[in-house]
Write a protein that binds this ligand. Structure first.
Ligand SMILES: *Cc1c(COP(=O)(O)O)cnc(C)c1O
Length: 430
């Protein structure tokens, strides 16, 4: 399949006059259409709710758009809770799915009325102590251990992952919670990231639904929601078949009827915490080619770097690249596309066949809408880019300004650093 950018060269040239590259650009139309489709896929379940995983794209403007379609927030840090609050998302529209949590975080989550999803059984006394008593609604995170298989092979290795409770612990946790007055129970698991198959959610649902029936039977707890969490992936590569969320919804529905409805649990709500699937394809990193270098290989240097988009450097992840305006030209040049970090893994593409790239060309780096900007960092003193929203009417809205040298120096404001801090110039070019 051909991966098409959601903007043209002409649009980007126009945008870049006001907002210099590099910048993140989000496609409002795509976000809205996808969010609607997710709601449709699970409309069979009256209590369905998607809690958008804030860490994927922590921008209140985007969180607000999703909120219009009923999406709440899945948070796992105090600042993420603050973002949810800033976006007007509070109460049980927040899921606190944290791990390695500090006691004060539970207090803050509880103040907002969030549902606390416990990663570990040892957190029960911690929550009880910090809140005085346990909330009436609580959820527990399950880790089945071992390796997780679908028909197409091993998906991941939960036995090696730090999350969740063992089966034995989760039974014990439910008993303790019930005895301590918890009335409404949830069950959660996140076993595999970025699955590009329609079978993952239905398979996970089967695991969790069967467990829920046993938990209800053996502990008497009222299980009111089952949280399939994240992990629904996107086709980063053009040859990958995209997930069909409608099929995924149907698949979960089938297992739901087969296991839950049949066991008298036909009113359980289905929750999800998708991040990547909600935003990934609808955000791009736009960067300009600023250098070419011919040594043992051919290099194109761009004005973004791994500090703006870390996935290729960190995981060797593939991000498709379109050279805007050259979509139709033959891909007869082989390049490494690099950023400026003094780290040789700072490459957006390695040995990639692309059209001939000239200085000044704009590159559209696809599928950066989730786990893109949010994984940014400041290595080499590189600053964060702006984030822009391409609205449905074609206009562009700044939804986060780029970082300036003053921002970078802000945490030195507690002592003098040579030149007085307020004299640090926000140099126009940087
Ligand atoms: C990261 C995360 C998600 C979202 O994962 P995606 O792969 O973006 O769908 C959901 N829930 C929890 C607890 C997470 O840590």
């Amino acid at each position: 399949m051909v991966k098409n950018p959601f903007v043209t060269l002409e649009q980007v040239q126009e945008i870049a006059k006001e907002y210099p590259t590099p910048f993140y650009l989000y496609d409002e139309k795509g976000i809205r259409e996808n969010a609607k489709k997710v709601q449709r896929a699970f409309a069979w379940n009256p209590g369905f709710k998607e809690y958008f995983a804030v860490k994927a794209t922590p921008n209140p403007f985007l969180m607000k758009i999703l909120h219009e379609y009923g999406c709440g927030s899945d948070c796992s840090s105090p600042a993420e809770l603050m973002l949810a609050e800033a976006a007007g998302i509070t109460g049980q529209e927040i899921m606190y799915s944290s791990n390695d949590t500090e006691p004060e975080e539970f207090r803050y989550a509880n103040e907002l009325g969030a549902i606390i999803n416990l990663d570990d059984i040892t957190h029960i006394p911690v929550v009880e102590k910090v809140l005085g008593r346990l909330p009436e609604t609580m959820s527990c995170r399950f880790n089945p251990g071992g390796v997780y298989r679908l028909s197409n092979g091993i998906m991941d290795n939960p036995g090696d992952s730090k999350y969740g409770m063992t089966e034995e612990q989760i039974f014990e946790a439910y008993r303790i919670l019930k005895q301590k007055g918890v009335k409404h129970f949830g069950l959660h698991a996140f076993l595999v990231s970025n699955t590009v198959t329609n079978d993952y959610y239905p398979a996970l649902a089967r695991t969790l639904f069967e467990l829920a029936v046993r938990l209800r039977n053996e502990t008497g707890c009222s299980i009111e929601f089952i949280n399939l969490s994240g992990g629904v992936g996107i086709p980063y590569r053009p040859d990958q078949e995209p997930n069909d969320i409608l099929k995924i919804g149907e698949g979960v529905h089938r297992v739901y009827d087969e296991i839950l409805t049949k066991n008298g649990m036909g009113n359980v709500k289905i929750f999800t915490e998708m991040g990547r699937f909600m935003m990934g394809p609808y955000g791009a990193l736009i960067t300009k080619a600023i250098n070419e270098k011919h040594i043992y290989k051919e290099y194109i240097g761009v004005d973004a770097c791994a500090a703006n988009l870390m996935r290729p450097a960190m995981y060797g992840a593939y991000h498709h690249i379109t050279v805007l305006g050259k979509e139709q030209l033959p891909h007869d040049h082989r390049y490494d596309v690099t950023g400026s970090l003094c780290e040789n893994n700072d490459k957006f593409a390695v040995d990639r066949d692309l059209p001939e790239i000239n200085k000044g060309d704009y590159l559209f780096i696809h599928d950066a809408g989730a786990h893109g900007f949010s994984m940014g960092y400041n290595y080499n003193g590189r600053l964060w880019s702006s984030e822009l929203l391409l609205k449905e009417d074609g206009s562009v809205q700044l939804i986060r300004r780029r970082e300036t040298p003053k921002d970078y120096f802000a945490t030195f404001d507690c002592f003098p650093v040579g030149k007085k801090l307020d004299e640090i110039e926000d140099r126009e070019k940087f």
